[in-house]
Design a binder for this molecule. Structure first.
Ligand code: HEC
Ligand code: HEC
Ligand code: HEC
Length: 486
């Protein structure tokens, strides 16, 4: 029912039919007016709230807010990539520093296609290949959130300057042609709603594949091995397919849920590095139903096996009393230095037999020591671990470049202590050399495209010389009298 007193103008005296027509028209005008107001001026509170939760799930803040008290979304976070440092931009609605003059369409073009308002191509350090799956309705909500709730900030973050040939942003157009799939997320009608919610969250928003899917030599995700494990700089995002040995097929639903919400499952795994960031900034804030949906989806990811024969969380489990007794006498004889570094730098927290206590995790039954790669063990020693979840802070000091001078360990010390931990508590087949540690210290193994980069400048120069020679030769040929015409 229409309440006449709520109408914007006094009711003129009219015949009953005319009056109802007038009422209808006024109501229509009010509705249209409201709809227009939502489009142009302020978006509805619901839309903005939805945009806020989408931005949390998509973890926009992880990269667009600089660490240690950076202004929200004002950019400047340096992302270490194998190509060099890439700085995130200011995505607050400031017209001078940020994206204040982006239209909704331009915003969507940047987030899903990787092309900024000025037409320049973004580097895929901005995970647009995953965001390409975000639906139009959700892009609308994200835009409404950034334009209406995020505080404008005029900060101008440092510009990205990659070395040649990566400085040529236009080359990303060719990369996109090869590797950017612009298909929006399509629900699978054969699957239940919860699975589809999980698939959308995992594939589009929380972008698990950005880290957990291996990349090819051109740094694009290898679509034939979804979630089979990939390097993230010095860290390694393990296989999280449903394979019982190589993946997380052997984890219970509760364990997966606890890991995604807190980053710690005693006797199994702790989240460090980029996974700690994803949990701290995004996953811990997701509603329980969303985590449940992601777990449901993970259960269904086709298993991809590896050469390993034993699940990475099952190493070192003392199964018999004799074994427990033996653990009291770790085999340090061939690795004296490893034993000394362990006793001096690790045992105070992880305990002399590596068994941990209620505050510190055990080093056996630990995915960082039982995997078929030592990356996360080495990276944790080098960079430490820091993860805020709710009121809890998980903290392990760094022993690499950021450590105080007295705590700093050399590549050889880190290799020795890693070998000590692996031999006694983890996967004893894995051996670490000082060179392996140096590679992780330098940010991890470089992909093919980066290893070839030093050749790019000479190749381009050589190419230019060939082209100049070719043109000169053609010109000379023209000038010379043609034999047939002579
Ligand atoms: C993993 C890091 C990362 C995440 C997560 C991320 N971004 Fe970005 N984003 C970047 C980087 C880095 C750039 C700049 C890339 C470049 O310079 O080529 C960028 C650029 C942009 C741009 C272009 C801005 C301009 O100045 O023209 C927009 C818009 C943007 N991001 C929005 C978002 C939104 C919205 C989200 C969340 C849905 C998001 N980003 C999540 C790293 C990230
Ligand atoms: C920014 C990169 C990144 C993103 C995004 C990411 N992960 Fe991870 N993930 C990692 C890394 C690195 C590790 C290893 C952490 C460690 O052991 O300290 C990891 C570890 C894990 C583990 C534990 C595996 C083990 O054996 O210890 C699970 C489970 C997991 N991630 C699930 C997910 C899911 C599900 C998503 C998406 C919702 C996701 N991750 C998104 C980088 C990432
Ligand atoms: C001051 C206490 C402390 C010291 C010293 C310490 N750690 Fe830790 N370590 C921790 C804490 C805390 C965690 C993470 C617990 C959590 O995530 O809840 C951790 C986690 C780990 C992990 C799991 C990382 C992952 O990515 O899954 C490994 C492996 C590890 N530590 C090895 C070592 C080694 C080797 C040393 C000695 C070089 C060492 N730690 C020294 C406190 C310590």
């Amino acid at each position: 029912m229409l309440d006449e007193s709520a109408l914007p103008m006094p009711m003129p005296k009219l015949a009953p039919t005319l009056r109802s027509v007038f009422l209808c028209l006024t109501a229509l005008a009010a509705v249209l007016g409201a709809a227009q107001a939502e489009d142009t001026t302020t978006a509805s509170a619901d839309l903005v709230a939805r945009g806020r939760s989408l931005a949390t799930a998509a973890d926009c803040a992880a990269c667009h807010t600089a660490p240690h008290g950076g202004m929200p979304f004002a950019g400047g976070y340096a992302i270490d990539t194998p190509l060099g440092q890439i700085f995130s931009t200011n995505i607050t609605p400031s017209k001078t520093g940020g994206i204040g003059d982006y239209s909704e369409e331009e915003f969507a073009h940047a987030v899903r296609d990787g092309v900024a308002k000025d037409g320049s191509h973004l580097y895929p350090a901005m995970p647009y290949t995953a965001y390409a799956k975000i639906t139009d309705a959700d892009m609308k909500a994200l835009y409404a959130y950034f334009m209406n709730e995020v505080k404008p900030n005029d900060h101008k973050p440092q510009q990205t300057e990659l070395p040649f040939p990566f400085s040529v942003r236009a080359s990303m157009a060719a990369w996109n042609l090869l590797f950017l799939d612009k298909t929006r997320f399509q629900p699978n009608p054969a699957k239940p709603a919860e699975w589809n919610r999980g698939a959308y969250l995992a594939e589009a928003l929380t972008h698990c594949a950005t880290c957990h899917t291996p990349r090819n030599g051109l740094m694009a995700e290898d679509g034939s091995q979804p979630l089979a494990g990939g390097a993230v700089g010095p860290w390694f995002a393990p296989n999280i397919t449903s394979d019982k040995i190589a993946g997380i097929g052997g984890w219970s639903d509760d364990e997966l849920t606890q890991y995604l919400k807190t980053g710690n499952v005693a006797g199994k795994a702790q989240a460090a590095g980029p996974m700690a960031e994803a949990i701290e900034q995004s996953l811990q804030h997701l509603p329980d139903d969303d985590i449940k949906a992601i777990v449901r989806y993970l259960r269904d990811v086709p298993p991809i096996a590896s050469a390993g024969k034993q699940a990475r969380d099952t190493f070192g489990e003392p199964s018999t009393e004799i074994e427990v007794a033996l653990r009291g006498l770790p085999t340090h004889a061939p690795n004296e230095n490893g034993f000394h570094v362990f006793s001096g730098s690790c045992a105070s927290c992880h305990q002399p037999e590596g068994q941990g206590n209620q505050h510190y995790p055990s080093l056996f039954n630990n995915t960082a020591t039982g995997g078929d790669r030592p990356d996360n063990l080495i990276a944790t020693i080098l960079y430490g671990l820091h993860r805020n979840v709710g009121e809890n802070v998980a903290f392990m000091p760094a022993f690499g470049p950021d450590a105080s001078y007295t705590d700093r360990l050399s590549d050889k010390d880190i290799a020795d202590v890693s070998n000590y931990v692996l031999a006694n508590y983890g996967n004893p087949v894995i051996k670490v050399s000082a060179t392996d540690v140096a590679v992780i210290r330098e940010g991890g193994e470089k992909p093919l495209i980066v290893r070839l980069a030093p050749l790019a400048a000479p190749a381009a120069t050589a190419g230019a010389v060939v082209v100049v020679a070719l043109i000169a030769w053609l010109l000379l040929r023209r000038r010379r009298p043609h034999p047939a015409r002579a």
